[in-house]
Design a protein around this ligand. Structure first.
Ligand code: PSU
Ligand code: MN
Length: 340
């Protein structure tokens, strides 16, 4: 099965560790439903820095054509930092680790591909068996990044415990995945469409380190630099961030870490205003029952916030993910230095 835990096994030393950190096992690369882009393959083999990127944000998180432009600028920011981007998605039932520009364009063209699915862990097997196209969420992207030996993954926001999640049990699979994929998830925190306090409590229960990246311990809330909650840890530079993952791996730990990079300062003021519209969207979702419709809840809320803010939320969204891509690239470079 495509599980990083299985591939990694229990004895993580010496030659085994080296082999699995450098590239996919040959049997999987040759016979599995997976295609690694040649540039990514070369980077894996030569231990060059790589940053994984998700595609649910492309297929279900932003409208066309902003989704495509953002995916492209995020890839180019990873390169600016000195790393290789590996955008991950599913096309025709094959897992793609690193997309050709034409493949990225195909996934982003959502108006002409209404059948594209949002793929979390539970959807991977069926989507491959039925030869579907899919945007991978953080959970699925973490799985494939770990499988390939990619140590850093940059995105905007991950999923978490939804408001009322203690009753509905709507808790994103993203959280649990961080316990079994040794990958640094670099994000701007979680959106306040979620219950941020319970999301942090749950990550504590799962044993996932939450680390603010930057000048304060505030755990960021996507559009805003502050959520009202503190992260248990803080780092200020890429090396310290990379060492978290490096030492966890040395100890044979299979979990990842969540880094919270606040949105750039100049977006803070508008962020506070966007927050009011988020509250409105959450209220509507509860009233019309969308909050009880499983995987549809998050895309619906994202779209509604976009409508209510007349697109201003999108500008912030693009800015924060371009920023996490830069930081992710820097952390990947630092990680590669530790490996050499
Ligand atoms: N939050 C955002 N934008 C997004 C997502 C979350 O602000 O695009 C996407 C990510 O791909 C995340 C997924 O992994 O939604 C979580 O979905 P769910 O809540 O259904 O687990
Ligand atoms: Mn959910």
């Amino acid at each position: 099965p495509l599980l990083c835990t299985t591939i990694r096994g229990t004895s993580l030393h010496g030659r085994h560790l080296k082999r699995f950190l450098s590239a996919l096992p040959d049997s999987l690369r040759i016979h599995g439903p997976i295609d690694v882009h040649p540039e990514v393959q070369d980077a894996l083999a030569n231990k060059k820095p790589i940053v994984a990127l998700e595609t649910t944000i492309v297929t279900h998180g932003m409208p066309y054509p902003v989704n495509l432009k953002t995916a492209q600028s995020v890839e180019s920011n990873v390169r600016k930092a000195g790393a290789i981007p590996a955008t991950i998605g599913i096309i025709g039932g094959r897992v793609k680790i690193g997309l050709e520009p034409r493949e990225l364009g195909y996934l982003a063209d959502v108006e002409n591909n209404l059948a594209v699915v949002k793929v979390s862990r539970r959807d991977i097997g069926p989507a491959i068996a039925l030869k579907r196209d899919g945007g991978t969420t953080c959970s699925a992207t973490l799985i494939f990044a770990a499988l390939a030996g990619i140590k850093v993954f940059a995105t905007g926001g991950l999923g978490g415990v939804h408001r009322g999640g203690e009753i509905s049990m709507d808790v994103s699979a993203d959280l649990h995945e961080l316990t079994r994929c040794p990958v640094a998830l670099v994000s701007a925190g979680v959106k306040s469409i979620l219950d941020i306090g319970r999301t942090l409590e749950y990550l504590e229960t799962l044993g996932v380190p939450v680390i603010s990246y930057g000048p304060t311990e505030d755990f960021p809330a996507f559009y805003s630099r502050h959520s009202g909650f503190k992260s248990p840890w803080r780092v200020e530079d890429p090396i310290s961030a990379a060492k978290v993952l490096y030492h966890q791996s040395q100890l044979g730990m299979t979990n990842g870490a969540l880094f919270g990079v606040p949105i750039p300062e100049r977006y803070q003021e508008v962020g506070e205003e966007l927050q009011r519209h988020v509250e409105q969207a959450v209220k509507e979702a509860e009233e019309n029952g969308v909050s009880r419709r499983g995987k549809e809840a998050t895309p619906w809320l994202l779209r509604r916030v976009g409508e209510l803010t007349a697109g201003r939320s999108l500008t912030s969204n693009v800015a924060l993910i371009e920023n996490t891509a830069l930081v992710g690239g820097q952390i990947a470079v630092a990680y590669a230095d530790l490996q050499h």
